[in-house]
Ligand binder design. Structure first.
Ligand code: URA
Length: 228
């Protein structure tokens, strides 16, 4: 998919998310849907928890204090927001900044997975517990997992997941900030490893099927592959 096609498709997902009312409380209380922002062609994607008050106000992710810290950490490894894509587990602000509810995470999952599928990042940094648990499909917490990259498959895409502490957790705890900084320093090395081996797609399998004179049986086999 070309960069332009990618952007167009992302815009369609954005339009769909803007009209989303799957979580009635969030839809009724939000000022803006915070879809995510950055480079649709980015190799590096960050996934946080949910918009806070400033993000809800401006419709952009990580624009408050945690966002400023994220900017600083990016700068320290030679990157800027324009190089990455930043999104959240939830696209709407939970009232009073309460934790996202499991049903809200489930409702919003499709938008996040579409973003990943379209952006095709090499590395996804999950920031904190919510996105790490969602993407790994496992309740293990960030304290145990931070700084340990692993390859996971999301939809049709294998990515390098790199769980790290949420910048908000580092704002008031110098030790956590130090750890976050150390983990951040390994991001360039992970990016340099390139994309992990991708799962074999049905398209790829079809390319390898040699069809000389498709008889009825072969035609049926191809039809069945087309169902998936
Ligand atoms: N915290 C998040 O998880 N996301 C934001 O966009 C802002 C703060």
């Amino acid at each position: 998919m070309s960069a332009a096609e990618r952007r167009e498709e992302l815009k369609q997902v954005l339009a769909q998310a803007r009209g989303c009312v799957r979580c009635s409380e969030l839809a009724a209380t939000r000022k803006n849907v915070v879809f995510g922002a950055g480079n649709a062609n980015a190799d590096l994607m960050f996934i946080g928890e949910a918009p806070g008050a400033s993000e809800d106000e401006q419709g952009l992710p990580f624009v408050g204090r945690a966002g400023k810290l994220l900017d600083t950490l990016l700068e320290e490894i030679g990157l800027a927001r324009a190089n990455v894509f930043i999104a959240n587990t939830l696209k709407c602000r939970p009232p009073g900044n309460r934790d996202p509810l499991p049903v809200e995470i489930e409702n919003c999952r499709e938008y996040l997975y579409r973003q990943v599928e379209l952006i095709e990042p090499i590395v996804i940094c999950s920031l904190g517990n919510f996105s790490t648990k969602l993407l790994r499909g496992d309740p293990t917490g960030i304290t145990r997992l931070h700084g340990r990259p692993e390859v996971i498959v999301l939809g049709r895409r294998a990515v390098r997941l790199y769980p790290i502490f949420h910048p908000a957790a580092a704002l008031y705890t110098p030790r956590t900030l130090e750890t976050l900084r150390e983990d951040f320093a390994r991001i360039p090395e992970l990016l340099a490893q390139g994309e992990p081996e991708q799962p074999v797609s049905i398209d790829g399998m079809l390319d390898e099927v040699e069809i000389e004179q498709p008889g009825e049986e072969q035609a049926l086999a191809v039809d069945q592959l087309g169902l998936f």
